[in-house]
Design a protein around this ligand. Structure first.
Ligand code: C5P
Length: 402
């Protein structure tokens, strides 16, 4: 139920605007107050009267119209909103907001509000993939604006790809989640490492592993949603920056080590999810290595162990490690927990189906420094992320007692 919550929906000019009528109707059923602001172009797709009838509120379209009700004037909706949602969010409106343009009622409201702003983009796949739009989205995410990923499928313009407005039910679930999510990590600074590292052999080849980054990104997204200030130090992966997260991109273990060490003093919690290469080539070749003899021997040297180094200087900060194993899970994980001075370690057997690299799910055990072991069933990586953060919050509570 969303009783007492006010959702201001900005409808932009896209064919998916008609689906937003259903979104409004569902939010009303959950007892939310809904106010609609339409852009000039949106009125070409759905009439204001439709939204007015469903929302039971006057629809705002023009900034300079005489206010029809005492309440609806200039930025009053910006102040009233518990959430501003832009759906469908067009490339145009995203671009305007990302660049500080406020030339109509919707963009002015977004600029003026202190409420969270959720963009639900929907547009032609080509437009969605345009690097200009992606840059604007990343900029807004960095600044704390929230985004829902569009669905993939057949588009109104006949093409198939990414850019469909998610189904109304999914949008409304997302809104409910936003309102219900705990904000227990406000003011806590969390550094997360994620993804693989790449260790150069020569300018065109590298040593790496199968880490997809999904687990680390899930932790980053969940921590940001719970109010933490999140710095994600990420190896090369194909994942978008989660909303509200600051990302630093790195390639090698040494880069990752430097990025972590530059930031560690400012942090309260470290979650080391990255699959860092243990070794790198002692001397990466300056030019592409040519095929010659039957054997090629690469001389490898040890990389810095980031978690271990943090363990030495962490003080009262909380340090969480991961342990991806193919055998003797508990023995290896416990060894790492102790050696790296971790508060707890998340262990997973990557040979199990649904666990480990690339999957959207994981099967983990959490072992803490007292030797307690919690075993979890197959869960989605975002659910595992919540459990990890719950455990972090427990350690914080426990540390306060000493
Ligand atoms: O020793 P192992 O690599 O298995 O330890 C895994 C844990 O240590 C993970 O949390 C991983 O992110 C971290 N680690 C690290 N730097 C390394 C190697 C591992 O931070 N060079």
């Amino acid at each position: 139920m969303l009783s007492g919550k006010t959702v201001v929906i900005g409808v932009c000019g896209g064919i998916a605007a008609y689906k937003v009528v259903d979104v409004v109707s569902r939010l009303k059923k959950l007892r939310a107050q809904v106010h609609i602001i339409m852009t000039q172009n949106a009125k070409e797709f759905v009439t204001p009267l439709t939204f007015q009838s469903i929302s039971h509120n006057l629809v705002v379209t023009n900034m300079f119209e005489e206010p029809k009700s005492f309440d609806i004037k200039h930025i009053s909706l910006a102040e009233k909103a518990d959430l501003v949602m832009v759906a469908p969010a067009t490339a145009n409106v995203i671009g305007k907001v990302a660049n500080g343009i406020a030339d109509d009622m919707l963009t002015t409201t977004i600029m003026a509000t202190k409420a969270p702003v959720l963009f639900v983009p929907a547009m032609n796949t080509g437009m969605y993939e345009n690097p200009l739009l992606q840059e604007n989205i990343n900029k807004l995410k960095r600044l704390g604006y929230l985004f829902m990923e569009p669905d993939e499928g057949k588009m109104a313009c006949g093409t198939t790809g990414k850019g469909r407005l998610p189904e109304p039910e999914k949008i409304v679930n997302h809104v409910e989640q936003l309102f219900n999510s705990k904000k227990d990590m406000e003011g806590i600074r969390v550094l997360i490492t994620a993804g693989p590292t790449r260790e150069a052999i020569d300018p065109v080849r590298y040593i790496s592993n199968h880490s997809s980054g999904k687990m680390g990104y899930a932790v980053a997204e969940a921590a940001a949603a719970r109010g933490a200030k999140v710095l994600l130090v990420s190896g090369p992966v194909q994942l978008p920056v989660p909303s509200g997260v600051e990302r630093v991109n790195v390639t090698s273990a040494e880069d990752m080590y430097q990025a972590v060490m530059n930031a560690y003093a400012e942090m309260d919690v470290f979650v080391m999810v990255a699959a860092v290469a243990d070794y790198r080539c002692e001397n990466a070749a300056l030019h592409k290595i040519k095929k010659s003899g039957e054997k090629l021997i690469l001389e490898l040297v040890k990389n810095p162990d980031i978690a271990y180094e943090l363990g030495k200087v962490k003080g009262h900060r909380i340090l969480v490690g991961f342990s991806a194993e193919t055998q003797e899970l508990l023995t290896h994980a416990t060894e790492k927990l102790n050696k790296k001075n971790l508060d707890f370690i998340v262990a997973n057997d990557v040979t199990l189906e649904g666990a480990g690299f690339g999957a959207d799910t994981n099967i983990v055990k959490i072992i803490n420094s007292d030797g307690d072991i919690k075993e979890y069933p197959l869960m989605k990586k975002n659910e595992v992320a919540e459990e990890i953060l719950n455990e972090v919050m427990k350690v914080r509570e426990k540390n306060k007692m000493y």
